[in-house]
Design a protein around this ligand. Structure first.
Ligand code: HEC
Length: 153
């Protein structure tokens, strides 16, 4: 066949460079997969695509345990009993919500004014006015202690 003959001719002249090209292609592919994986990890914060995460509940301090109670009463409907996420809201125990990315102020703000949908596709988080001012600190303690126990610093 004329096509295969033409191919043969070409490769005879440039076997080396074609081989290098081949390796380059494989390397590019590996790099691409690695980059895609890293981007996905960063975007999803190490959690599953659905925003949920496996959460191990640590032995909480008294303050955090108090916060956990409020969390279960007010936030769990969307964020899950242990903040592992649900079909209505993301887990808060994932790198996306690590302290230097979503500081304590971001938690206060979310509770006071809600959060517009931006990281996920669950919709907006409505404000949570039923949380009293004194209850927010303990909720933050619960979130941070649980994050630390799950390797989120
Ligand atoms: C009706 C469901 C719902 C309830 C109840 C709820 N949340 Fe949320 N929350 C969400 C959703 C959905 C998001 C994600 C928005 C996005 O980024 O797409 C979110 C995001 C957050 C964020 C991240 C905000 C940001 O700046 O990105 C924090 C912190 C948070 N919630 C804390 C809480 C706490 C604490 C409570 C309880 C006092 C609570 N939420 C109750 C649905 C809820």
């Amino acid at each position: 066949m004329p096509v295969s003959r033409r191919r043969k001719k070409k490769s005879a002249g440039g076997t080396k460079s074609r081989q290098a090209e081949g390796y380059g292609g494989v390397l590019t592919l590996i790099a691409l997969v690695a980059v895609l994986g890293a981007v996905t990890w960063l975007l999803t914060g190490g959690a599953g695509k659905d925003g949920t995460a496996d959460v191990t509940l640590p032995a909480l301090s008294a303050r955090a345990a108090e916060g956990h109670k409020t969390f279960k009463r007010v936030c769990a409907a969307c964020h899950g009993e242990n903040a592992q996420g649900s079909s209505k809201g993301p887990s808060l125990i994932q790198v996306t919500y690590r302290p230097n990315h979503h500081g304590d102020q971001a938690i206060r703000l979310a509770v006071a004014t809600g959060a517009r949908q931006h990281h996920w596709s669950f919709g907006n988080m409505p404000p949570q006015p039923q949380v009293k001012a004194g209850e927010i600190g303990p909720i933050i303690a619960f979130i941070r202690e649980t994050q630390r126990a799950n390797g989120i610093q």
